[in-house]
Design a protein around this ligand. Structure first.
Ligand code: SAM
Length: 258
């Protein structure tokens, strides 16, 4: 189990330390939001677990948000309902309380994945929808060449999709989600065509895997990226990505119905 921190962060990352600028860099992307909306189908009531600042919460549905970190709860827009201070592993709701349950970029941080997924299954009468990354695909991204420990950390943290679907049971699908070239949600792969943006320390801080790597090592990684951008080497190798409208990377949407 992960120890609970001063701001209430219950996962493996300390959002009291790294979460303060999260919502400026991790703005929900409308095209990814549409994919999630389709997966939720005709649900009217939805629980969003590990809701953070409220990314991907529909304002037309009745959404109950669950978020343990005070720093993340504080960044929620006043247009959204305040989040319940709880964890995935112990959802304070009775069985079948919601039409659907969702979670975005969160399952990899939970102290007890199985308990959290079983709780999501328990409280949803319908689909459980998860936006996450497939650990098998994480190292395929060009950033692996520059920041190997960051992507090793990602690959280690993200649960295998088969583990997730196995715990959720029922009928499940795992679909890769295309990442748009101008994706507004700044996870690492969102910058596939805009490598310069990863030179911004605050952009990196909004991707929690960087917080597991020593600052001196991060500096080595970014120095090399900067140097390859300055010399044109990055563009020689990967420049065609600057024109590629979407990337099929490690981002996946898992949907399981009972
Ligand atoms: C990368 S953020 C994603 C936030 C939001 N869902 C989004 O897509 O922007 C991960 C979130 O999961 C939350 N989290 C970590 N461990 C958790 C747990 N055990 N139960 C519920 N939420 C958790 C963190 O506090 C953080 O807000």
């Amino acid at each position: 189990m992960t120890e609970q921190r001063a701001d209430g962060s219950a996962g493996d990352a300390d959002y009291g330390a790294i979460g303060s600028t999260y919502s400026s860099y991790r703005r929900p992307d409308p095209r990814i939001a549409e994919t999630i909306s389709q997966a939720l189908g005709d649900a009217r009531t939805v629980v969003n677990v590990g809701a953070g600042a409220g990314s991907y919460e529909s304002t037309t549905l009745k959404v109950t948000a669950v978020e343990p970190s005070r720093s993340m709860r504080a960044q929620r827009s006043p247009a959204l309902s305040p989040a319940v201070d709880a964890t995935a592993e112990q959802l304070p709701f009775s069985d079948d309380s919601f039409d659907a349950a969702m979670s975005t970029f969160s399952v990899h941080q939970w102290g007890d994945l199985e308990a959290g997924l079983k709780e999501m299954r328990r409280v949803s009468r319908g689909p459980v929808v998860l936006l996450t990354c497939d650990p098998v695909l994480v190292r395929d991204f060009w950033l692996y060449e520059y920041a190997p420990l960051v992507l090793e950390t990602e690959a280690r943290r993200y649960p295998a999709t088969s583990e997730i679907t196995g715990v959720l049971g029922g009928d499940s699908t795992v679909k890769r989600v295309p990442i748009p070239i101008d994706c507004t949600d700044g996870f690492n792969e969102a910058y596939y065509a805009r490598p310069e943006l990863l030179l911004d320390p605050a952009a990196r801080q909004a991707c929690s895997a960087w917080s597991f790597v020593e600052p001196a090592v991060q500096e080595q990684y970014t120095d090399r990226l900067r140097s390859d951008l300055d010399s044109g080497l990055w563009d020689e190798r990967y420049g065609s990505l600057r024109e590629q409208p979407t990337l099929l990377g490690s981002l996946v949407l898992i949907r399981a119905v009972p």
